[in-house]
Design a protein around this ligand. Structure first.
Ligand SMILES: [Zn+2]
Length: 419
C-alpha cells in the first residue's frame, strides 16, 4: 500500500508538470510585459504638484504601482526618464482630424479617413493620447479611424468621435444664404428640428459609430427642451453632448444639461456664472489669425478681430472660474506646421490671457478627462489607470511651451516615442 501511495504521489506530480510549466511561462510573460519608468519629476496635473524620483510600474497597458520605493520586478523593462518631467498624456477636446477645409471638397470619405489616420498618428507622437473629434468627417471617417486603432491596425489616441453633427435645418447657415435649389445637407451633418427628430438623430449617429454627440445650435438655436432631449437620449446610450453655441443660445444649452459649450463667444457674465454653477465646461476653440486666414480665407483685419474675440472669451471665462478644456479648433493644414504644432501654438494665447501654466496643464489633462467621463481610467498617473504617459525635457509648469518638445510617449503601455 505504501509503495502504491508513493506512486500515486509521483503520478500526481507528473500530471502537475504541464500546469507548472504554464505557470512558469505565464510568469515570464508577466515579467516581459512589465515596465518600470524612472520618473525624475512626476507632475500631477490635477494639483500642479511635482514629486521627484518616482517609479511607475506598468503591467501590459495598466499602471500597477507608483511610488518612491516600488520594487522593480525581475525582467521588467526599465525606461530612464530621471532627467525629465513626466505626466499623463495630453487631451484635445475639440479636434477635426479628418477635416482640411481648404482641400476637402471633391474628396471621398475614404480619403478623409486616411487624413484622419495620418493626423491621429501625428498628434499621438506629439503627446496627445486622447482626442474628442467633434464632427464633420464625411460619412463617419473618424468612426472608422477609431475602429482601425481599436483593431490594432495602427497606433493612435483614444478617440471620442461625434460622427454626424446634429444641426437645425440649413446646418446653421444664416437665413437667406442658401438657394432653395442647393443640396439640403451634406455628409457630416444631420438635420433635426423637433424633440423627436433630435432623439432620432442621436440614435442614428450612435448607430453609425459615434461615441460622443455634437450639436450645432445656431440659426436658429435649440431650445432648452430640445437640448434636454438630446442629452437624455445620449445619456441613455452612454455618450455625452457637446454643443457649438454662442450668445443667447448658451443659456438653453446650460439649462438643458449639455456637458460642454464649444466656442461660447459673446457670453454674458450671467451666463458664465450659470456655467460655473451647473459645472458645464467651456471648450474655448482658439486659433491663430494665421490659421483663420488659411481656413476661412479671412482678411488680415477680420482674422485679427476674431482672434481678439476668442482671446476675450478665454480670459473672461478663466477669470469667472468656468471649467476650461483645451480644444483648439484646427480645421486646416498650414504650410509649415502639422496638426499638433498648430494646436500647441495656441498655448501662447492662454499665456497672453494671464492663465498660469498649472491651470493650462489642468485644462489639457484633468478637465477633458472629466468632461469625457474617463477620469477614473485616464488623465492621472495612478494604480489602475491606463498607462498613457508622456515626458518633456523641460518643466511645463514653469513654461507651458515645454509641451512643444515632448520626448517620450507611451500609449496604453506601448512606447510610441522612445526617450
Ligand atoms: Zn470645430
Amino acid at each position: 500500500m505504501k509503495h502504491q501511495n508513493a506512486l500515486t504521489t509521483q503520478n500526481k506530480f507528473i500530471r502537475l508538470i504541464p500546469f507548472l510549466l504554464i505557470l512558469c511561462l505565464s510568469n515570464i510573460a508577466v515579467a516581459s510585459s512589465s515596465v518600470a519608468i524612472l520618473a525624475g519629476h512626476l507632475i500631477d496635473p490635477a494639483t500642479g504638484k511635482i514629486r521627484d524620483n518616482q517609479i511607475i510600474l506598468i503591467n501590459d497597458e495598466t499602471i500597477v504601482e507608483v511610488g518612491g520605493k516600488a520594487d522593480i520586478p525581475a525582467g521588467a523593462k526599465v525606461i530612464d526618464l530621471s532627467d525629465a518631467w513626466v505626466m499623463p498624456g495630453l487631451m484635445n477636446a475639440h479636434a477635426h482630424l479628418a477635416l482640411d477645409v481648404a482641400h476637402f471638397k471633391g474628396k471621398s470619405t475614404a480619403y478623409r479617413a486616411l487624413l484622419g489616420a495620418y493626423n491621429a498618428s501625428i498628434v499621438l507622437k506629439a503627446g496627445f493620447t486622447t482626442i474628442k473629434d467633434i464632427g464633420d468627417s464625411g460619412n463617419y471617417a473618424m468612426a472608422d479611424v477609431r475602429r482601425g486603432i481599436d483593431n490594432g491596425w495602427f497606433p493612435g489616441p483614444t478617440i471620442f468621435d461625434a460622427g454626424d453633427i446634429i444641426a437645425p435645418y440649413g446646418n446653421g447657415a444664416p437665413p437667406g444664404t442658401l438657394s432653395p435649389e442647393a443640396p439640403r445637407s451634406r455628409p457630416g451633418y444631420i438635420q433635426a428640428d423637433t424633440v423627436d427628430e433630435i432623439r432620432k438623430a442621436v440614435r442614428r449617429t450612435v448607430f453609425y459609430g459615434a461615441n460622443t454627440i455634437k450639436i450645432l445650435s445656431e440659426n436658429p438655436t435649440y431650445s432648452e427642451d430640445e437640448i434636454r432631449a438630446a442629452v437624455n437620449e445620449a445619456e441613455r446610450l452612454g455618450v455625452r453632448v457637446s454643443v457649438h453655441v454662442g450668445g443667447k443660445g448658451v443659456t438653453d444649452v446650460i439649462l438643458g444639461g449639455a456637458h460642454s459649450v464649444e466656442h461660447g463667444l459673446f457670453m454674458t457674465d450671467k451666463q458664465r456664472s450659470l456655467m460655473k454653477k451647473h459645472g458645464v465646461w467651456l471648450v474655448p476653440t482658439l486659433f491663430s489669425p494665421e490659421h483663420l486666414k488659411v481656413a476661412k480665407g479671412s482678411s488680415d483685419k477680420r482674422a485679427e478681430k476674431v482672434a481678439e474675440i476668442l482671446f476675450d472669451t478665454l480670459q473672461r471665462a478663466h477669470q469667472a472660474g468656468v471649467k476650461l478644456a483645451f480644444g483648439p479648433d484646427i480645421i486646416a493644414d498650414l504650410p509649415d506646421k502639422d496638426r499638433a504644432e498648430t494646436a500647441l501654438a495656441t498655448l501662447s494665447i492662454w499665456t497672453a490671457a494671464g492663465i498660469p501654466p498649472s491651470d493650462i496643464l489642468r485644462s489639457m489633462i484633468t478637465e477633458p478627462a472629466e468632461l469625457l467621463g474617463i477620469e477614473n481610467e485616464r488623465g492621472a498617473i495612478k494604480a489602475g489607470f491606463k498607462a498613457d504617459i508622456i515626458a518633456t525635457p523641460n518643466n511645463p509648469l514653469e513654461n507651458i511651451d515645454a509641451l512643444g518638445g515632448v520626448s517620450f510617449v507611451m500609449k496604453e503601455g506601448a512606447v510610441i516615442v522612445a526617450p
